[in-house]
Ligand binder design. Structure first.
Ligand code: GLV
Ligand code: MN
Ligand code: MN
Ligand code: MN
Length: 391
């Protein structure tokens, strides 16, 4: 089932995926979702925030059991982060039909919009808007690297952007949410198991640092006369690494914009995006504060997103671990990756996640991989879980 998606948004030079929210690739993936829903006779709905829902049964009568993930990617992402959860959701429903299960609760497959935040900087945009933790005013004003606003790109995609925002009616249809995802890390290799269950998501956030200086000629400006924002930027990157080691968290600068971007000019502005995550929320917060202090108030520091610690519902988590593993319950693991399941959990929806083993642990890269047999084990595990929950 992943096969028909393999070409969509793929960069032939690298094998990586470019599936920004509301891009042509994203629209093609949405078409694919609609086709899968239609083929199974599921009732397709797109909510005000662009999230897609395919229902088996009517969730207006009773909140459903929902499974799924996202189809957008980071830039140069892998084939599994997101799509594996959506494809597995449809496949798990097929298994239940083959088992001749008649669910007591409606079953839904969801595809959340813009999970990665690759385009507008805020991850899990679809679920954040749905639950109201991201307001529509802020969302509509977000711009991409070309200066296009969310409102503009949604309009271009034929959507009604001014409808985005908290959607209690849709949220009320979700009684329970289970997201299957490729593991991002190697814990399941160590456990020698194909499928695990999430315990928690580390607190994490993104901060934008704008270092301002004075653009000038690279050849004629004396070193003493320069105001070069590249230097404080470089010091902050090194300081972030040192502070992360000291505080036991992870810190990453994965995106930098240098303006105006001439090889033969001192830049006038360096914008850098810092991503910090760790088991201890205070350590994450303190690292960011420390860096702001360290840089002496030079750069403007702006929080672009923040996700507090998510502890998944313990009873649901243990139930899944038992359904998946029987007498040897599936391993239960925390993760440093963000997911829509975490946003729903924080909004009070009983939520859980299944992870499928990733032999190298690599993710957010074209090298991301999961073995076919492990993906199949994941689908069967998801079907077992849905069968257990839909009664
Ligand atoms: C999204 O995958 C994230 O964890 O950044
Ligand atoms: Mn991801
Ligand atoms: Mn993902
Ligand atoms: Mn994610």
């Amino acid at each position: 089932m992943l096969e028909p998606l393999a070409h969509i948004g793929r960069d032939p030079a690298t094998g990586g995926y470019l599936r920004d929210a509301w891009s042509d690739a994203d629209l093609e993936l949405r078409e694919w979702f609609a086709g899968e829903a239609a083929r199974r006779g599921l009732d397709l709905r797109e909510d005000r925030n662009g999230n897609l829902w395919a229902w088996w049964g009517d969730p207006s009568r009773r909140p459903g059991v929902v499974t799924g993930s996202h189809l957008d990617s980071v830039r140069q992402g892998g084939a599994f982060d997101g799509p594996l959860g959506v494809v597995s959701a449809f496949a798990a429903l097929d298994i239940l039909k083959n088992r001749e299960i008649v669910p007591d609760r409606p079953l839904g497959v969801v595809c959340f919009t813009d999970e990665e935040g690759a385009r507008f900087g805020v991850p899990c945009m679809g679920s954040r808007l749905l639950t109201g933790v991201l307001g529509s005013d802020r969302a509509l004003g977000l711009t991409d690297d070309d200066g296009a606003t969310l409102a503009e790109v949604m309009t271009r995609a034929g959507r009604r952007p001014y409808d985005v925002g908290r959607d209690d009616e849709t949220l009320a249809t979700v009684g329970t949410f289970v997201e299957l995802h490729v593991e991002q890390g190697r814990a399941l290799v160590d456990h020698d198991r194909p499928v695990g269950v999430a315990s928690a998501i580390w607190p994490h956030g993104r901060w934008r640092f704008d270092f301002r200086g004075r653009a000038d000629h690279a050849g004629t400006t004396r070193l003493a006369d320069r105001d070069d924002p590249m230097l404080p930027f470089a010091r902050v990157v090194l300081a972030a690494r040192e502070a992360a080691e000291r505080r036991g968290v992870v810190a990453t600068v994965g995106k930098v914009r240098v303006s105006p971007g001439n090889a033969n000019a001192i830049p006038g502005l360096v914008s850098a995006w810092l991503d910090v995550r760790g088991a201890d929320e205070r350590a994450v917060r303190e690292l960011v504060a420390e860096l702001a202090r360290f840089s002496g108030g030079g750069p403007d520091v702006r929080e672009e997103s923040w996700t507090p610690t998510v502890d998944f519902d313990a009873a649901l988590r243990d139930r899944l671990a038992k359904v998946v593993g029987g007498d040897t319950p599936a391993p239960v693991l925390p993760t440093g990756a963000g997911h829509d399941a975490g946003i729903l959990a924080a909004a009070g929806v009983p939520s859980a996640m299944l992870f499928v083993r990733n032999p190298t642990g690599v993710s957010h890269s074209p090298d991301e991989h999961a073995e076919r047999a492990d993906c199949e084990a994941g689908v069967v595990a998801l079907a077992d879980v849905l069968e257990d929950l839909c009664r």
